[in-house]
Design a protein around this ligand. Structure first.
Ligand code: HEC
Length: 293
């Protein structure tokens, strides 16, 4: 019995770590210095709630949007953020053919080895490779980013679900109907939140940038990463920070939960099954006990 309890305690300690992939590599972050007597509650502003195509029972990813999001990640975010758990081959989910995935992978280089001489070498990526990391290790990443490590993107959309306040959080506790789009809402709000001016009384630590949507403080080490017209869209979508932020947030949701559509479909079928099954059980009960009045 004691063994069982200690095993459970160990599990409880390990589980959250396994979920937040970036937990082990985040050193103490520089934060804003505030002069008020009481510590403010972060984030200063609640993320904006957007209409996502993947919300709700029949939610599905907009492949065109995911392709645009991949473009933003590749051209902008991948300079600092890794995405270690996503393989090139899974890009076929975004509507790309095998040939296109091969060609996309071949545009990138990964480290391999050791070769016969014991040396590591770089080669063109193939579909079975995972997205390469921009920095060799967390220390190198921190050194180039003012002491803060850009978190890995594989699970970021799931790791930053800001709880909604009263009364919505009561509904969110119920299984099946809870709000699951808090992560992409957060990423969208963070990316579009750099232009706001800090309220009086806030002193922002050097090397950090004010952003009222940042979860842990009033300012973060990441400078505004993207501005209007920075990335060219071929499908005629607006080239604005707003659109870029929507697209990359949707893409990160896909990266964190590639099987979302399947999960929702299965959940829906289970609910239909349970409703029919309850009806059958009720009829069975009526027929079994019909002579026992
Ligand atoms: C110049 C490097 C750089 C680029 C480019 C960059 N980031 Fe960051 N990002 C950072 C750093 C550094 C942090 C950690 C900030 C901190 O904790 O103070 C960060 C943190 C984040 C976070 C997590 C915030 C949190 O709650 O912990 C998100 C989300 C994010 N970046 C999204 C993006 C997106 C999306 C892009 C591409 C559009 C992008 N970043 C481009 C450096 C970068």
């Amino acid at each position: 019995m004691i063994k069982l309890i200690s095993a459970l305690v160990a599990l409880a300690n390990v589980a959250p770590l396994a979920y937040s992939a970036d937990a082990e590599e985040v050193p103490p972050q520089p934060s804003a210095v505030h002069t008020e007597a009481t510590a403010p509650h972060y984030p200063l502003k609640h993320p904006k709630e957007l209409d996502w195509s993947f919300a709700g029972f029949t939610g599905h990813y907009d492949k065109q949007q995911l392709q645009r999001g991949l473009k933003i990640y590749t051209e902008v975010c991948s300079a600092c953020h890794s995405m270690k758990m996503v393989a090139y081959r899974s890009l076929s989910d975004l509507g790309y053919s095998d040939e296109q995935v091969k060609a996309f992978a071949a545009d990138h280089e990964v480290q391999d080895g050791p070769d016969a001489n014991g040396e590591m070498y770089t080669r063109k990526a193939v579909p079975s490779d995972y997205f390469p990391s921009p920095f060799a290790n967390a220390e190198a990443a921190a050194a180039s980013n003012n002491g803060a490590v850009p978190p890995d993107f594989s699970l970021i959309a799931k790791a930053r679900g800001i709880t909604r306040g009263f009364p919505q959080f009561l509904i969110d506790m119920l299984p099946g109907v809870g709000y699951q789009e808090g992560g992409p809402d957060y990423i969208y709000s963070l990316l579009t939140g750099y232009d706001e001016t800090p309220p009086a009384g806030f002193e922002i630590a050097e090397g950090t940038n004010y952003n009222p949507y940042f979860a842990h403080s009033a300012a973060l080490a990441m400078p505004k990463p993207i501005s209007d017209d920075q990335v060219t869209y071929e499908d005629g979508s607006p080239q604005t920070v707003d659109q870029y932020a929507r697209d990359v947030s949707a893409f990160l949701m896909w990266a964190a939960e590639p099987h979302l559509e399947e999960r929702k479909r299965t959940g829906f079928m289970v609910m239909v099954f349970l409703i029919i099954f309850s009806g059958l059980i009720y009829l069975t009960k009526r027929s079994v006990y019909s002579d026992k009045r």
